[in-house]
Design a binder for this molecule. Structure first.
Ligand SMILES: NC(=O)c1ccc[n+]([C@@H]2O[C@H](COP(=O)([O-])OP(=O)(O)OC[C@H]3O[C@@H](n4cnc5c(N)ncnc54)[C@H](O)[C@@H]3O)[C@@H](O)[C@H]2O)c1
Length: 433
């Protein structure tokens, strides 16, 4: 393929070198004439293992050119990749002016070229940017002339070529079959799974991936500080933690949904936070966990109250499905708040039987929801009778089936994602999706 790459920074220059190695013809475009002449001579503007050799090879085999002439680059290519910078402005907002300016240049050139062109944004941009750029370009060169996709880059400086060749996956954010096929052809030699998603999803994934990396580094560092205060080597702790791929480094606990609870997580996090305070250690990230968890309960309560209905059925009271453990269940303070606001609540939880509760479990619920026995019903029909709203707090096949059979007049508020794909009906709402 003939490809023009706009922005010859870390991403652009590595991509240019790898695409040329894989047999494509690349024209690199940058505003900086010094970078352009370096690359045109086969010299690397950045230090990156293996890049110098690939660039030299690309230029010698006439598969890499570099220019400051955007128009000529578009006219002589089938597809343009945009990898210009999106640096932060004063308040953290990304500066999209370079991306917008390149899109305008490309659109004007497409108009001159007179045939259709694929444009792929690779710079990290907020959700909605691809659509904004598409509209902007279509206004200049017409609707059928430009096919757009967003393709986030996951390479890390220092191992960029290896990361290019073995990415975790290739994500194509597009609604255009032509753009999708062009991206697939472009990466035909790259390993790994390809996922085609909505542009906004692809755009957001990149921010979330980097935020997750920052979260992991900060978590490991806070654990390191705590461990050292106990004369324990935090590196050994984290080394053991990451070897559990069932619960620790896995999709478990990684779905947006309701608050955590139960007899262990709040208690053990609370203990660690106590030790940190006792040892005068600052662990702001760990300290923030109870606060953000309570916010999720508060959000659920405010949204439920926002329905303006009085009669509410709650499906699930225990802290998770298939247990009758009510200790620190986030649904308990939620129900308490709804009762306090004058709502009539009926609770159906197939695993919770008042007569069988005992020990600390019974004491907890008696202390926190003393009249809970009056709220519990033994079958879903009883909970649903006269209820205007059903709130699901467990993700079970039984609840899924029950919610599917509800009349249209009953609203559903789903705290946990009972459905993998939310039903597109007006009476359904998810807590945070
Ligand atoms: N650096 C990384 O490891 C990395 C990894 C993944 C994604 N990203 C994202 O990719 C994008 C690029 O990052 P980078 O580190 O390569 O940036 P960079 O700052 O190294 O390079 C950007 C280049 O774009 C050029 N440019 C600006 N306006 C231009 C225009 N109108 N026409 C042509 N060229 C123009 C600049 O002169 C510069 O050479 C950013 O959005 C970044 O967040 C970076």
């Amino acid at each position: 393929m003939k490809i023009s790459i706009f922005g010859l920074g870390y991403v652009g220059v590595v991509t240019a070198a790898c695409l040329a190695r894989d047999g494509h013809h690349v024209v690199g475009v940058d505003l900086n004439p010094d970078k352009v002449s370096l690359i045109a001579r086969g010299e690397s503007p950045i230090i990156e293992p293996g890049l110098k050799e690939l660039l030299q090879y690309g230029v010698q085999s006439n598969r890499i050119e570099a220019t400051v002439d955007a128009e000529a680059a578009v006219i002589n290519s089938d597809m343009s990749l945009i990898s210009v910078g999106t640096p932060p402005m004063e308040r953290g907002e990304p500066d999209l002016s370079y991306v917008i300016s390149v899109c305008k240049d490309i659109a004007l050139a497409i108009k001159k070229k007179g045939s259709s062109h694929v444009v792929m944004i690779r710079s990290t941009v907020p959700p909605g940017t691809l659509k904004r750029c598409q509209e902007l370009m279509e206004d200049v060169c017409g609707q059928d002339s430009v096919h757009v996709a967003f393709n986030p880059e996951f390479l890390r400086e220092g191992s960029a070529i290896r990361d290019y060749d073995c990415p975790p996956y290739t994500i194509i954010g597009t609604e255009s079959a032509i753009a999708e096929q062009a991206v697939r052809d472009l990466y035909a030699k790259v390993e790994g799974k390809v996922m085609v998603v909505e542009p906004e999803v692809a755009e957001m994934v990149k921010y979330v991936a980097n935020t997750w990396h920052a979260t992991k580094v900060s978590f490991a560092n806070e654990i390191g500080r705590l461990a050292k205060a106990f004369n324990v080597d935090g590196r050994e702790i984290m080394n053991i933690i990451v070897q559990d791929e069932k619960l620790n480094v896995s999709p478990v606990y990684m779905r947006p949904g309701f608050a955590y609870g139960g007899s262990c997580l709040p208690k053990d996090l609370g203990a660690l936070l106590y030790f940190a305070r006792a040892k005068d250690l600052f662990v702001p990230m760990l300290n923030a966990l109870p606060a953000t968890n309570n916010l999720q309960i508060d959000l659920a309560a405010r949204k439920i109250l926002g329905y303006g209905v009085k009669k509410i059925a709650i499906f699930g009271l225990a802290f998770k499905a298939n247990t009758d453990d009510l200790r620190e269940s986030p649904t308990v303070p939620l129900v308490k708040r709804l009762l306090g606001e004058g709502c009539e609540v009926k609770i159906y939880d197939p695993a919770v039987n008042e007569t069988q509760l005992m020990g600390t479990n019974l004491t907890y619920i008696q202390q926190h929801l003393p009249h809970f026995a009056n709220l519990l019903v033994t079958n879903p029909e009883e909970a649903l009778a006269d209820s205007d709203l059903v709130v699901a707090t467990h993700r079970t096949p039984e609840f899924q089936q029950l919610l599917q059979q509800l009349p249209e007049t009953t609203k559903i508020f789903d705290l946990v994602g009972v459905f993998d794909h939310a039903p597109a009906v007006p009476q359904y709402e998810g807590l945070a999706w």
